[in-house]
Design a protein around this ligand. Structure first.
Ligand SMILES: Cc1cc2nc3c(=O)[nH]c(=O)nc-3n(C[C@H](O)[C@H](O)[C@H](O)COP(=O)(O)O)c2cc1C
Length: 371
């Protein structure tokens, strides 16, 4: 029975990787909102580009730059190569990484090496263990969460929320009642920070407030505008000969990353990770200026990681250079300063936030003269 389950999970995880590598599973009509968010250019930056400090400390961990590779894989053989490449690159660059859901290895310890390569190749980088909220409702508790953390000697545990993904896949777990209580229980039983993340549909301020009240140490936005899990399931169904699928209808479902980020940073005090469609150093700069403590990227990393650690390192270095350049052009010589530069939010994202009662004038009125 166990073997059968592990084979099913392995098959699904392998399909996910193949589809993300071979098809365009990015949001189609929806966007993150970064394109409607502006940083104010400085003709007089009054700083030296080469002296910009990108380092930051979050969750008591020192990062060389405010970037992590988001949770993606494990539990299939291909994951060994991918997680090794990601771990090697983030260790070299002083960044962080998540692994994919550890369910397969919790159920079937033979698969542990597909996750353990992360810590093996990144002895000092920030590593997030990962379990699903849906599993916490159904069958998992403190024992499984501790097992996931121990497997990686992880610095934190990420609990992923993916109601959209569960709702559009045939094997989906759609019982979500009682999860908040489980999260609260876990937070108090574990001795590492618990971070709750979405997976591409974003989170509202109301849900973020409930999570903060439950004691979580951080929230990862994972908003709409990047990878769409409805799209992944659409392609999975199509490959199995099923043309009409809920995944197509819900392809662009969710809260755009910028709207979600502002809702959450204005409502909670815990560190917020901005992710979901982060695709350049300019996106990273905008996210930090809007109050994120860290940023994260998943799908685009996959293609480079598949080619190896050197290729991925090159890409991540370029992303960091883009961030440095954006910081120079807004006159911010540190992450803390970037978090205080003026930001203008326009268009439908501004409409969304205004209708929801959030104040956007504060960002625009930040004093340029302070810098
Ligand atoms: C191939 C792949 C597998 C993923 N698997 C997981 C997972 O197991 N657990 C999880 O929390 N998130 C998972 N995610 C979601 C990402 O962590 C992230 O939240 C989402 O892809 C949005 O980021 P992006 O737009 O930069 O891809 C996965 C993403 C990809 C592309």
């Amino acid at each position: 029975m166990r073997n059968h389950l592990s084979e099913k999970i392995k098959g699904r995880k392998s399909d996910h990787l193949d589809i993300c590598l071979e098809e365009n599973v990015q949001a189609r009509k929806a966007t993150t909102g970064f394109e409607e968010t502006y940083l104010v250019h400085r003709a007089l930056p009054e700083i030296e580009r080469n002296k910009i400090d990108l380092s930051t400390t979050v969750f008591d961990h020192d990062f060389s730059a405010p970037l992590i590779v988001e949770a993606m894989t494990g539990g299939v053989n291909k994951a060994i190569k991918i997680n090794t490449a990601i771990a090697t690159a983030v260790e070299k660059l002083g960044l962080g990484m998540g692994v994919g859901s550890q369910r397969a290895a919790i159920e079937y310890p033979k698969l542990e090496p597909t996750f353990k390569v992360a810590r093996k190749n990144a002895p000092s980088a920030f590593i997030l263990a990962n379990i699903g909220g849906a599993q916490l409702v159904k069958e998992y508790g403190v024992k499984e969460a501790k097992k996931a953390v121990k497997m990686l000697q992880a610095d934190a545990l990420a609990i992923h929320l993916n109601p959209l993904h569960e709702a559009v896949q045939p094997e989906g777990d759609t019982s979500y009642n009682g999860l908040l209580k489980q999260i609260k229980y876990l937070v108090h039983a574990l001795d590492v920070p618990v971070i709750v993340k979405e997976t591409g549909a974003g989170m509202s301020s109301e849900d973020a407030e409930k999570l903060e009240a439950s004691g979580v140490a951080g929230i990862d936005v994972a908003g709409l505008g990047g990878t769409s899990w409805a799209a992944v399931e659409y392609y999975r169904a199509k490959r199995n000969g099923n043309e009409r699928h809920l995944g197509e209808t819900f392809w662009d479902w969710g809260i755009p990353t910028v709207a979600s980020l502002i809702e959450i940073t204005q409502s909670v005090h815990v560190p917020v990770i901005a992710s979901g469609g982060i695709r350049s150093g300019i996106d990273i700069a905008k996210a930090l200026a809007l109050g994120a403590s860290l940023t994260g990227m998943a799908c685009p990393v996959l293609t480079h990681a598949f080619k190896g650690a050197d290729e991925l390192e090159k890409e991540l270095r370029f992303l960091i250079e883009e961030l440095r350049n954006a910081m120079f052009l807004v006159g911010a010589d540190s992450v803390q300063r970037l978090q205080k530069v003026p930001v203008i939010i326009t268009g439908r994202i501004a409409d969304w936030l205004t209708i929801r009662g959030f104040d956007l004038r504060g960002y625009a009125r930040r004093d340029l003269q302070e810098f």
